[in-house]
Design a protein around this ligand. Structure first.
Ligand code: CTP
Ligand code: MG
Length: 234
């Protein structure tokens, strides 16, 4: 092998996909992660870039308990050696914890990616893996670009808040496995965190920002579904 083509790194990355939520803000119908965006279920869109990534060894999806016992038919063709399903918990953190517990020991780098983000890019995945391999926690993130207002009652503006230094946290987020496990152990059970980087930050461990893409949206509301349809067809 020539010096310009170093041996490929082994597939040692584990990906945890919390997909056990009820999607209450998305309105009527099936839980949002099972709904189609331009014909393809959102969960399938969210896991595909990882399933196709050469560094990814295993993907563990946390599903609602009933779906974990009887996974959707469209998941069957991708369920195999690289994809596992577990029952999630009552909170996102409980779902991540359940998926982490089911991850095979060979995965020493762990990524977490929300089932509600169907447009993650390979560059974001690469950036987060690279930072986690250097020993830090890492997350895809975007600098806040809007002017921020604070309001006590949701009607009257109390203050314009400075946006300097503020970033929006996306997923994927990535960690050396031992760091993520230590953070979840230290956090105990009463965990309502909405992201994993926050749990690691609470340990005092370094977490770095990786440039994210504005197309890596989180589908939360019915309006977001309309945006997602447009992005999928673009
Ligand atoms: N999630 C999970 N287990 C839970 C709650 C959330 O695995 N008990 C997952 C969701 O399925 C989603 C991700 O965490 O992929 C981010 O959560 P969010 O966007 O808030 O989804 P939901 O909790 O399903 O939506 P809502 O808060 O509107 O009910
Ligand atoms: Mg939620």
């Amino acid at each position: 092998m020539s010096p310009s083509s170093p041996p490929a790194s082994p597939p040692d990355v584990g990906v945890l996909v919390p997909a056990a939520g009820r999607g209450e803000r998305a309105g009527e119908g099936a839980p949002k992660q099972f709904r189609a965006i331009a014909g393809v279920p959102m969960l399938l869109r969210s896991i595909r870039p990882f399933a196709q990534h050469p560094r990814v060894r295993t993907i563990v999806i946390a599903l609602p308990a009933d779906a974990a016992a009887d996974p959707p038919a469209w998941l069957a063709p991708v369920l195999g050696e690289r994809l596992r399903v577990v029952a999630g918990g009552a909170t996102r953190a409980a779902s991540v914890r359940a998926a982490l517990a089911a991850l095979e020991p060979a995965c020493q780098i762990v990524l977490v990616h929300d089932a509600a983000r169907p447009f993650v890019s390979p560059a974001e995945i690469d950036g987060v893996i690279a930072a986690a391999e250097r020993g830090a926690g890492a997350l895809a993130a975007i600098p806040v670009s809007d002017t921020l207002k604070r309001s006590a009652d949701g009607r009257l503006v109390a203050q314009t808040a400075p946006r300097e230094g503020l970033w929006r946290a996306l997923t994927p987020q990535g960690f050396p496995r031992a760091l993520l496990e230590r953070a979840y152990r230290a956090a105990g059970d009463a965990l309502d965190a909405t992201d994993d980087a926050g749990i690691v930050e609470a340990l005092g461990a370094p977490v770095v920002l990786v440039p994210g893409r504005t197309t890596n949206i989180k589908v939360t509301t019915p309006e977001d579904f309309a945006m997602a349809e447009a992005l999928a067809r673009a």
